[in-house]
Write a protein of this length. Structure first.
Length: 277
């Protein structure tokens, strides 16, 4: 693994990121910035963040295989790697069936897309794969640097590590609300879980594998929210993130949830201190 991501990172959607925030995240000591929201194949946002910073890694979480042609993504990878060697990890994934009418034979599409990236010279150590279920987790270990599970729990992390084995990168995403009032924290976290994830079959299937019922998912029960949204003071949240590391993750990316329009920097600063960054 040539891209060094450290133990903790920050996950934010492309529209929520810019160079100034990237600089601050690096100053706080996080090891990586993960770009969500399916950034387009040109990956201009990756260059913007890398240009604004000195050494922090940047990863995509994820480039959607349906929306971004592999050849164009490979060209972007090589352009970025040449300008910023060893700092960019290309995360790719299949997305979900509700997002596209083209969604057919997703497993074959994953393999074909990875074949195309291979043929275009993207190195195995330069890319990772969004993976939840056992079959795709195995592919992530066989064909890429490792796996990027999303909306998961430490229990899933433990299972994922067993599947992909030692020596492959395992990055766990976990949502975070810094609020010691559980009800208020759930009120902020619940919409980010319901829309769209509890309406998507791949996430529902994964959560049911972890023991949640259809009724719990349909109602976005407190138990579901508490499992996938860490909340409390910074120390409690840090402890929850560390459960992923104890379960076998190499890196945890925190998706800090704040009120619409609120500045994320105070919360990221508080969390960085609790994580010992």
């Amino acid at each position: 693994m040539t891209v060094q991501v450290g133990r903790y990172g920050v996950w934010r959607r492309e529209r929520e990121l810019d160079g100034a925030l990237a600089t601050r995240i690096e100053e706080l000591g996080y090891g990586a910035i993960w770009i969500g929201g399916s950034p387009p194949a040109g990956l201009g946002i990756v260059e913007e963040l890398l240009t604004a910073t000195d050494s922090i890694a940047v990863g995509t979480s994820i480039v959607n295989m349906w929306n971004s042609p592999a050849a164009e993504v490979a060209d972007s990878y090589h352009r970025i790697e040449k300008a910023f060697p060893g700092r960019f990890l290309l995360g790719v994934g299949i997305g979900h069936p509700e997002a596209t009418q083209q969604y057919a034979k997703p497993f074959d599409t994953i393999l074909g897309y990875l074949d195309a990236l291979d043929a275009a010279g993207v190195p195995v150590e330069g890319m990772a794969l969004a993976a939840l279920g056992p079959r795709v987790l195995k592919v992530s270990a066989e064909r890429t640097a490792g796996a990027l599970p999303y909306l998961t729990t430490p229990e899933h992390t433990r299972e994922a590590r067993e599947i992909i084995g030692a020596g492959r990168l395992l990055v766990a995403e976990h949502k975070v609300v810094l609020d010691t009032d559980p009800q208020r924290a759930r009120e902020l976290g619940r919409p980010a879980v319901i829309s769209p994830y509890l309406g998507l079959v791949n996430y529902r299937r994964n959560l049911m594998r972890l023991g949640f019922t259809e009724a719990e998912l349909d109602s976005a029960a407190d138990a579901v929210i508490d499992a996938v949204v860490a909340h409390g003071d910074a120390a409690a949240v840090a402890a929850r993130l560390d459960e992923h590391l104890a379960a076998g993750a190499d890196h945890v990316c925190a998706q800090l949830l704040v009120a619409e329009g609120a500045d994320p920097v105070p919360g990221l600063t508080e969390l960085a201190a609790a994580l010992g960054l």
